[in-house]
Ligand binder design. Structure first.
Ligand SMILES: NC(=O)c1ccc[n+]([C@@H]2O[C@H](COP(=O)([O-])OP(=O)(O)OC[C@H]3O[C@@H](n4cnc5c(N)ncnc54)[C@H](OP(=O)(O)O)[C@@H]3O)[C@@H](O)[C@H]2O)c1
Length: 300
């Protein structure tokens, strides 16, 4: 079917979904006995996805910094079954902790079938610039750089679990990267930092897809939903416009949807394939980001 027609049909379906308030039932792959790591699953979108994967029978690695909330998510999955869950604590603002997280996943699991890079920080518009333990601009470090490193550390485990999937939870908020000041030392603003980190995630998705065997590992990115009712939105003083369930539906399509099999390197706006910011389609820029990311994460 021609792409434009597909897009029109997709748009029509999206309108219907919006009108009736729920997505049509999706056909999912079997996740029983499979292992999934969801970064940032102690609250918001991540905890909803963790619960859904647990209900599908997956072994879910719940991740975040807050042990109490993490344990609540784990207990709920273990009580409900049929899947099971464990909590791994790691601060993604430290590359050493990212490496330790990857080590633990490798040591305790023989295979990984699904990696959802979901953890993120947004912040409020008047937030000052902050830096990570490694001296990188904090939003870029947590939202993007940590996941660049974690994913590459876990690729052998994902390959062992093939066919495996990676989902990068990005956003419709995207801003071209300024390589002259990628750490925003000179001209910081919170929305700029967030939007830059999110476009970096999308570019990483595209670059990585070109290096992977699609029959073994696929990687896609998405904007889950706009202003969901999560702590990220409410703590920034914004009024929620959509639900976590809507965002989870979109993530689940890429994570476990049967229709996504064999499709990789794509960006979705909720349930529909979409075009990201123009800069993402510049192969030279993507290569520049890749090289910089390798350098910033210690040459791995
Ligand atoms: N909410 C929206 O409307 C919206 C829209 C577009 C995209 N997104 C994206 O969706 C994803 C999930 O967002 P959300 O709204 O569900 O946010 P949220 O409720 O604030 O959850 C963020 C998660 O990330 C974890 N996290 C934050 N900083 C971390 C760090 N330094 N180290 C480890 N974990 C960390 C948090 O865990 P701890 O608190 O335990 O550390 C939490 O589990 C994010 O990538 C966000 O950018 C959200």
């Amino acid at each position: 079917m021609p792409t434009r027609r597909k897009t029109l049909i997709g748009g029509f379906l999206a309108s219907l979904i919006g009108f009736f308030g729920q997505a049509p039932a999706q056909d999912f792959i079997d996740m029983s006995g499979k292992t999934a790591l969801i970064t940032g699953s102690t609250s918001g979108l991540g905890s909803e996805i963790a619960a859904r994967l647990g209900a599908m029978g997956a072994t879910v690695i719940v991740h975040g910094r807050n042990e109490e909330r993490g344990q609540e998510v784990v207990d709920a999955i273990n009580e409900t079954g049929p899947g099971k869950a464990v909590f791994y604590r790691a601060d993604l603002a430290s590359l050493a902790e990212v490496r330790a997280l990857a080590d633990r996943v490798r040591n305790e699991h023989g295979q990984l079938h699904l990696l959802i890079n979901n953890a993120g920080i947004g912040g409020a518009s008047n937030d000052p610039r902050r830096t990570s333990a490694d001296g990188h601009e904090l939003v870029f470090a947590v939202n993007y750089l940590s996941h660049f490193l974690l994913t590459r550390e876990l690729l052998p485990l994902l390959d062992a679990g093939a066919p495996a999937r990676i989902v990068n939870v990005a956003s419709i908020g995207q801003r071209p990267l300024d390589f002259d000041d990628i750490m925003m030392a000179n001209d910081y603003n919170q929305m700029g930092a967030y939007s830059q980190s999110k476009l970096a995630q999308i570019m990483f998705t595209m670059s990585l897809s070109e290096q992977l065997d699609t029959d073994r590992i696929i990687v896609n990115s998405l904007h889950p939903a706009t202003f969901m009712d999560t702590p990220m939105v409410t703590e920034a003083g914004r009024r929620p416009m959509s639900t976590v369930e809507e965002g989870a539906e979109a993530v689940m399509q890429l994570a476990v949807g049967s229709a996504i099999e064999g499709r990789t390197g794509l960006y979705f706006n909720q349930l529909n394939e979409a075009r990201a910011n123009d800069q993402a389609y510049d192969a030279d820029v993507r290569q520049r980001l890749w090289d910089l990311s390798v350098e910033l994460t210690g040459g791995f």
